[in-house]
Design a protein around this ligand. Structure first.
Ligand SMILES: Cc1cc2nc3c(=O)[nH]c(=O)nc-3n(C[C@H](O)[C@H](O)[C@H](O)COP(=O)(O)OP(=O)(O)OC[C@H]3O[C@@H](n4cnc5c(N)ncnc54)[C@H](O)[C@@H]3O)c2cc1C
Length: 479
């Protein structure tokens, strides 16, 4: 069947863009988590029409089809759990138009986020959503996960910028939604359904994004605190003070120490928290005044040290610690489970205290960092996948973290999505009725269940063993 399907796909795309050899498809078997499973084949189309033809072939042969941008996802979204076709959108990497009159950009789904940002900046415009993976991630992947990042506190997430979409439906039909208009109250906003749908409702092939004016000035500061509670209070006070910072990032004491082990840059090991504060705008004086006021709030709450950057080099130095978190964590243990919970800002201290208890209960290192201004925290559980006992403890820790976030009025994911990692907890977070309605929407768009099957929705197997059941190289389900 795979051979026949591969031959049909070869008739659709240019020579060399259908991959079936084990040595080729292994590259399409993983994402940014520890999961891994090989697809049956991978295909790289160059246009929306080619995507439509491929989806029609998949439908005829009842074969699952999994859209893939850069596979930097942190939820297992591109893992082909039940085999099928990986639809690699990386060749669709053209910026179609930068429209300065209408302050928007149209790009194919496979354009890398940073390349789009740099291209619009050359035209004096600004695309704010900035996942830390922007050098790898694609715009299509960002739309499909509703990606965020440090700047989203002030500017909003990917959803807030999508004004037009071209989507290939499960039938192979091409649906065009929205356009270049920035207001639209015409009927149901179907376009928004696709944002954050993780490849389960349709394949995004082209996106129109509204843009913002490029800020001319940016001022950054770092504040360190002996006590985490002081930093949390600072977050609440800053947000209540009438300032909307461009960025308000938190690193807890464990993260500070892990990064210091890595960089040896003199971070205060005894500090329980560090806040990275930034303001941007058209006027350097105004941005500086906002940062000075934020610094004042931090000092008033007992910050041990507040450093304001006055040059670009100093600014880069202040960002260095935060930017190095992922790399630093990777050195500590072979694997990490990066969570993405969101809680009301006032609940941050309680949430972090819960994570600490969970870390000690299960004897696991769990550094916490994230977008404190949004209440979006990334507890990262560090472990070794080859150790079944540790995997069992990680599973318990992840479950307890989800439940603590929900108990505090929060939710499972702020920006990474659900994928396979959090699917068993969806009903606990949303309620059974919301999950039933979502399933009904899924059936309308994908009646045969071929678009990224197994993602987002609970499997029915329950939460026990939810991690050990996932396909991994070291685990139970070889690809
Ligand atoms: C080091 C690191 C840092 C990160 N930092 C952040 C961060 O700060 N903020 C943040 O939000 N995320 C972050 N991420 C997560 C990840 O980069 C984002 O989720 C990103 O949006 C994924 O883009 P991608 O192109 O790699 O998508 P992929 O991983 O390829 O796909 C992600 C999901 O979207 C679906 N999909 C992809 N393309 C399409 C398409 N064209 N049409 C339909 N469905 C599609 C896939 O099927 C999958 O379900 C980080 C990841 C890493 C590894």
């Amino acid at each position: 069947m795979t051979i026949a399907l591969a031959d049909e796909l070869r008739a659709v795309v240019a020579p060399g863009y259908v991959h079936t050899a084990p040595s080729e498809i292994i590259s399409y078997s993983y994402d940014g988590t520890f999961q891994q499973r090989r697809p049956d084949l991978a295909v790289s189309p160059a246009s929306t029409d080619e995507v439509a033809q491929i989806v029609k072939l998949a439908k005829e042969r009842k074969t699952p089809i999994i859209a893939r941008g850069a596979s930097s996802g942190l939820a297992g979204g591109t893992i082909p759990e039940s085999g099928g076709i990986i639809l690699n959108l990386a060749r669709m990497n053209q910026i179609v138009e930068i429209d300065t009159d209408n302050v928007c950009v149209t790009a194919q789904a496979g354009v890398v986020t940073l390349q789009l940002q740099q291209a619009v900046e050359k035209a004096g415009l600004f695309y704010p959503p900035d996942p830390a993976s922007s050098r790898q991630s694609t715009i299509g992947g960002n739309v499909a996960t509703n990606a965020g990042g440090p700047r989203c506190l002030k500017y909003g997430v990917t959803r807030d910028y999508v004004i037009g979409l071209t989507v290939v439906l499960a039938s192979g039909d091409i649906l065009k939604l929205g356009g270049k208009v920035t207001k639209n109250a015409t009927g149901y906003q179907l376009m928004q359904l696709f944002v954050g749908s993780e490849g389960t409702l349709g394949i995004v092939t082209e996106v129109t994004l509204k843009l913002a004016p490029l800020p001319r000035a940016r001022v950054t500061a770092v504040a360190t605190f002996e006590k985490l509670a002081q930093a949390s209070q600072a977050v609440s006070r800053i947000m209540a003070s009438g300032i909307l910072p461009a960025t308000l990032e938190l690193m807890d004491g464990t993260t500070i120490n892990v990064v210091e082990d890595f960089l040896q840059m003199g971070l205060p090991r005894h500090a329980e928290a560090m806040l990275l504060l930034e303001q941007d705008g058209t006027d350097a004086g105004v941005a500086r005044a906002d940062v000075d006021r934020m610094a004042e709030v931090c000092r008033a709450l007992g910050a041990a040290e507040v450093t304001v950057a006055t040059t670009n080099a100093e600014r880069d130095q202040l960002w260095r610690a935060r930017r190095s978190v992922s790399a630093a964590l990777g050195r500590l243990r072979p694997n990490k489970l990066g969570e993405d919970i969101v809680v009301p800002k006032s609940a941050i201290p309680e949430m972090i205290a819960s994570v600490r208890q969970i870390a000690s209960r299960y004897e696991l290192p769990i550094p916490v960092f994230g977008h404190a201004g949004d209440g979006n925290l990334h507890p990262n559980i560090l472990f070794d996948l080859r150790d079944p006992d540790e995997v069992r403890r990680v599973e318990c820790a992840a479950r307890d973290i989800f439940r603590a976030a929900i108990r505090l009025g929060g939710t499972l994911s702020g920006e990474h999505g659900i994928g396979t990692l959090k699917r068993e907890f969806l009903a606990e977070a949303q309620g059974a009725l919301a999950v039933d309605l979502s399933r009904a929407i899924k059936r309308v768009f994908d009646p045969d269940g071929l678009l990224n099957p197994g993602k987002v929705f609970p499997t029915g197997r329950g939460t026990e063993g939810f991690l050990a059941d996932l396909p991994t190289l070291a685990g139970t389900t070889p690809g």
